[in-house]
Design a binder for this molecule. Sequence first.
Ligand SMILES: C[S@@+](CC[C@H](N)C(=O)[O-])C[C@H]1O[C@@H](n2cnc3c(N)ncnc32)[C@H](O)[C@@H]1O
Length: 276
Amino acid sequence: MASARQRLIPANETAALDARLLLSFVIDQSTAWLYAHSDSLLTPEQAEKFTHLIEQRAAGTPIAYLTGTRGFYHWDFVVTPDVLIPRPETEHLIEAAQAWLQNRRGEQLKIVDVGTGSGIIAVSLALLFPQAAVTAIDVSPAALEIAKLNAGRLGAENIRFREGNLLNGLSNDFQVDLIAANLPYIDHDEMLTLEVAKWEPHLALDGGMGGLDFIRDLLHQAPTYLKPGGLILLEIGADQGAATRQLALEVFPNVVVKIQQDLAGLDRIVSIQTLE
Ligand SMILES: C[S@@+](CC[C@H](N)C(=O)[O-])C[C@H]1O[C@@H](n2cnc3c(N)ncnc32)[C@H](O)[C@@H]1O
């Protein structure tokens, strides 16, 4: 364990935690169990697997791609390099959706999650609101497979999956109460300088020049599909609040736009409330 930690120290700041997480993954025990059994020996197979994982981690591979899961909201989701690793900031979007949907519990709600990736938004909302009908869309067939896997493992049955470009694949008479989306929003040039771009799918990160290409396109499509009184919830980059508000007001002149900060105090979730 100490040598694994040492091996990771030059590569990342969370060496001790990473080594513990990988060890607990290899022996299939909690990290708390490790503290109580620090003198237990690994089998040769476990030792070999652990060493291999430590090498991959030292080379920069994100922990979630090594262990194959990441916790989000109340659940563990399967992740592979085909999908973005769930971020804690996105939990604010779930909280905002929950607060809004809470008052509509008796209704036959329709929700769409655009750019579903691993399915964290669609599956979480489907589980929290079993009476709602959720549609999860992604342009990536590989991502959709992971989202379907997560829905199946977590028992979300009120969800269907569509491959498509934003809302294009939906029929024009399909009307929804809530559009939720965490689309790619990183500026194209900035993305190329970021460590995450080495590991996570560019399709999940690259929002074009300025980062707002997908958010702009989605907002332009939204009036066709959103019921009067419906809500749009978008995750955005920290410097995109004002521009997103402006885009929303261009498309929907009479809406209430609110911007919510994440725990770091950065603009993160935009809510666009349309009128009845
Ligand atoms: C930032 S990731 C978010 C994934 C997941 N919703 C989450 O919050 O972790 C963006 C997702 O949008 C998908 N995507 C990119 N362009 C798209 C498009 N034109 N239409 C639909 N989905 C798209 C990507 O494949 C990726 O899964």
